[in-house]
Write a protein that binds this ligand. Structure first.
Ligand code: GTP
Ligand code: MG
Length: 249
């Protein structure tokens, strides 16, 4: 077993809550309502993973499986500029963009197949300067939810989803990579107190995701991230801000 790597956001509270950063060889699930910052966090990871270890990265490249067409190259450029200023380094946004491999998933079957394509690509990049250290699926459930409607389809959906989640775990193990998936929430009809939402995907996602993070909006550009589930860390909350330069404390 390879040594687990840690990928940071540069937000101290968050990185500390995660015991130094999100882990390789694990699935980290980001769930929360629309606009809670899941895609923003995913973009920040796609930038930071390319930094060297002294700057909180893994010196790696990234593959993004984009199901909702929400990847924004301009946003990556802003975040790279943010890091340039933070560290007083000259970082080239174009170089960062070249190390982000985006694949658009057209439906859930295609999404599952793209993990195989990602494996092929990661094998090719293995001997290069920047091996793949991060795989992002944004969003994990959108296609599944749209395609499998009605009670009779649930077992079928969960079986496909299970296969997908295990494909993702295997990828993380094989390449010593972080796997980040975003997930939507549904209202809990019976909960008036406490946490009014829960992630979709049921037990399959719940049991396969290693770390589960619940994002919610706070005042202005602030977002609260709660570590809900972890094999080795205490529950906790961290506040981050979504700014032009990227995510900050
Ligand atoms: P869904 O995918 O719709 O479920 O939402 P999400 O959780 O992925 O939300 P996302 O990460 O897209 O967050 C959107 C929020 O991030 C916006 O409401 C803005 O507040 C902020 N945001 C997005 N882009 C930028 C940007 O370029 N600059 C700044 N400063 N903030 C941004
Ligand atoms: Mg999003």
């Amino acid at each position: 077993r390879k040594m687990v790597g840690k990928l940071t956001t540069g937000c101290m509270e968050f990185d500390e809550m995660m015991g130094g950063g999100i882990e390789t060889q694990a699935i980290t699930e980001l769930y929360g309502e629309f606009g809670s910052g899941k895609t923003q966090l995913a973009h920040q990871f796609a930038v930071n993973v390319q930094m060297d270890r002294e700057h909180g990265g893994l010196n790696g490249s990234v593959i993004i499986i984009d199901t909702e067409n929400t990847f924004r190259p301009e946003r990556i450029a802003q975040m790279v500029k943010g890091l340039s200023e933070k560290y007083g380094m000259e970082l080239d946004p174009e170089e960062f963009l070249q190390n982000i491999h985006v694949a658009r998933a057209y439906n859930s079957n295609h999404q599952i197949l793209l993990v195989d394509s990602a494996t092929d690509l990661a094998n090719e990049l293995r001997e290069m300067g920047k091996p793949v250290r991060l795989l992002i699926v944004d969003s994990l459930m959108a296609h599944f939810r749209a395609e499998y409607v009605g009670r009779g389809t649930l077992a079928d959906r969960q079986q496909k989803l299970n296969k997908h989640m295990h494909g993702l775990l295997r990828f993380g193990d094989l390449f010593n990579a972080c796997v980040v998936v975003t997930n939507q929430v549904m209202a809990k009809p019976d909960a008036f107190f406490g946490d009014p939402t829960r992630p979709v995907g049921g037990h399959v996602v719940g049991h396969t995701a290693t770390f589960r993070l619940y994002l919610r909006k706070s005042k202005g550009d602030k977002r609260i991230i709660r570590l809900v589930d972890s094999p080795n860390l205490p529950e906790g909350e961290a506040v981050i801000a979504v700014t032009t330069a990227g995510l900050t404390d």
